[in-house]
Design a protein around this ligand. Structure first.
Ligand code: NAP
Length: 250
């Protein structure tokens, strides 16, 4: 699958490394706001980095065709490449966490012709934790549930991921406990307290490359779907459903 990556910042660089090393993908180019003359991916001279400011995108897509775009730039970039996405019927995996209602409307419109996955949290691990936590909450609504998040000393706000976990489990935000200690990258834990046992679901972030693994998962899963707008949850739930059916049939 030929892929173009939007964004070459902190997350984009890690995602580029994962996609470039994965034989199932051909990372054809990376786009950022401004690129230097002849710039290329740090580790791969054959992957050009283009600056979108001042580039004729129509011409770029014609001369550098891809099957899919992965977006780790910023929300408004969607309006720059949206029509190219539609023109080519391309697949989009977007990690942008701050889409407005206007962006969301445009995404839904594009999803008439394109396969799109948009998720404010793109790691396979956190999405798996969310799915497992929702299932257990469903099976055991009587259990006490608490969310604990731990991050580096200077992170000021409650983790957005922890808020999302609480929301999906229909917990008030005061069920989240935040610890700020040293250099922890990101730790999320959901604790289910039963009368005679305790279940803990734990996710620890290690490196930003996890975003790339999540994007790769979404690209491959989307390829088996019809055009439409999907969340990471949708893709994961459907995969689990199919696995369970396969298990039953076997
Ligand atoms: N869903 C998730 O799990 C997840 C995880 C991580 C990050 N993200 C999202 O990914 C995005 C990037 O995060 P980051 O930490 O990597 O930010 P960052 O370090 O600030 O990098 C942003 C990148 O986007 C590029 N960019 C900005 N506007 C652009 C435009 N109009 N056209 C093309 N490129 C443009 C920038 O180009 P220049 O380099 O030229 O300035 C830069 O390379 C954010 O929206 C963040 O919320 C989501």
């Amino acid at each position: 699958m030929r892929v173009g990556l939007m964004g070459y910042g902190r997350a984009g660089r890690a995602v580029a490394r994962v996609l470039a090393e994965d034989a199932r993908f051909e990372l054809c180019w990376i786009a950022r706001r401004h690129a230097g003359e002849g710039e290329h991916m740090d580790e791969r001279p054959d992957v050009p980095v283009v600056g979108l400011a001042g580039t004729d995108l129509n011409h770029w897509f014609d001369t550098h065709p891809v099957d899919a775009i992965v977006d780790f730039s910023e929300a408004d970039t969607l309006f720059l490449y949206g029509e190219e996405l539609r023109r080519g019927g391309l697949t989009l995996v977007s990690a942008i966490s701050a889409y407005s209602d206007e962006h969301q409307r445009y995404l839904r419109e594009l999803a008439g012709q394109c396969r799109i996955m948009s998720s404010p949290n793109i790691t396979l691990g956190i999405n798996f934790l969310l799915m497992a936590a929702k299932l257990l909450r469903d099976f055991a609504p009587f259990a006490d549930v608490e969310v604990v998040e731990q991050h580096f000393r200077d992170k000021p706000e409650v983790s957005g991921t922890a808020r999302r976990i609480a929301e999906s489990l229909e917990l008030e935000e005061d069920r989240i406990t935040s610890l700020r200690v040293g250099g922890i990258v990101g730790h999320h834990e959901v604790i289910f307290g039963f009368p005679h046992q305790t279940v803990r679901l734990i996710h620890d972030s290690i490196r930003r490359e996890a975003f790339g693994t999540g994007a790769a998962f979404a690209l491959l899963e989307l390829s088996g779907h019809a055009p439409g707008l999907y969340s990471f949850d949708d893709l994961l739930m459907e995969k689990m459903h199919n696995r369970l059916l396969e298990g039953r049939a076997a």
